[in-house]
Design a protein around this ligand. Structure first.
Ligand SMILES: O=C[C@H](O)[C@H](O)[C@H](O)COP(=O)(O)O
Length: 224
């Protein structure tokens, strides 16, 4: 199977995973990216089973609406049973790097609210240790150079993702060569740099379940 076919398989598996738990009041948290798009397309088949969705980006909100799925403002939603999203890297503890599509901040917010975070990924995303994928860090624009200098002190090589403005008006630094021995430790350290909005390590709120697309089928993994 190609990578695209694996993405489609996990998108469909995620829709099947939540289907029996949906009711007419359910609101589903939906992530961003090509794998999340596969999930949205599968979820649309079930759109009469649930109330609507909360989106982690403007792009996702648009795709949901295009499918006729109502999109709610997170501030008007009391509880979210599920959040389904892709990842750029995932380890065996279901800690993630996310933000390749610059949606990390809203993704982290929706994941924080959700009772169950289901990550969907093809097997190319599974790693022993996080950090080969450059870690996205969203910053307040005026703080970009200062934050970059602080990231160098942590051992990273930050590169400004030129031309990208996030849905929140932030900018992105992609940090190469970071040694991430403790994902939670690094997530906290980077969050404490003044001017950082969010970083793409999802360790304090890791995924609860991973649906991993492999050549032998979709595997369901929980944290080790
Ligand atoms: O900002 C983007 C998100 O974190 C995506 O979930 C992540 O980049 C994975 O995207 P894709 O499914 O396209 O590989």
């Amino acid at each position: 199977m190609t990578q695209d076919e694996l993405k489609r398989a996990v998108g469909e598996a995620a829709a099947a995973y939540i289907r029996p738990k949906l009711d007419k009041d359910s609101i589903v948290g939906v992530g961003t990216g090509s794998t999340a798009n596969c999930f949205i397309d599968a979820l649309a088949q079930d759109k009469f089973l649930f109330a609507g969705a909360v989106a982690s980006s403007e792009a996702t909100a648009q795709r949901l609406r295009d499918h006729g799925i109502e999109v709610f403002d997170l501030n008007n939603v009391g509880k979210l049973d599920f959040y389904i999203d892709g990842a750029d890297e995932v380890n065996r503890n279901l800690e993630l790097i996310k933000g390749g599509g610059a949606a990390l901040t809203r993704e982290k917010i929706v994941a924080a609210v959700a009772r169950e975070f289901i990550c969907i990924a093809d097997e190319t995303k599974m790693v022993e240790r996080l950090g080969k994928f450059p870690l996205p860090v969203e910053v307040i624009p005026m703080a970009r150079s200062y934050v970059a200098r602080e990231l160098v002190k942590l051992g990273g090589n930050p590169v400004y993702r030129e031309g990208v403005v996030t849905d929140n008006g932030g900018q992105i630094l992609d940090v190469y060569d970071l040694f991430v021995d403790s994902a939670i430790g690094m997530e906290n350290r980077i969050n404490h740099i003044t001017g950082v909005i969010t970083n793409g390590l999802f360790a304090r709120r890791a995924a609860d379940v991973l649906l991993l697309g492999t050549q032998k089928g979709v595997r369901t993994l929980t944290a080790k």
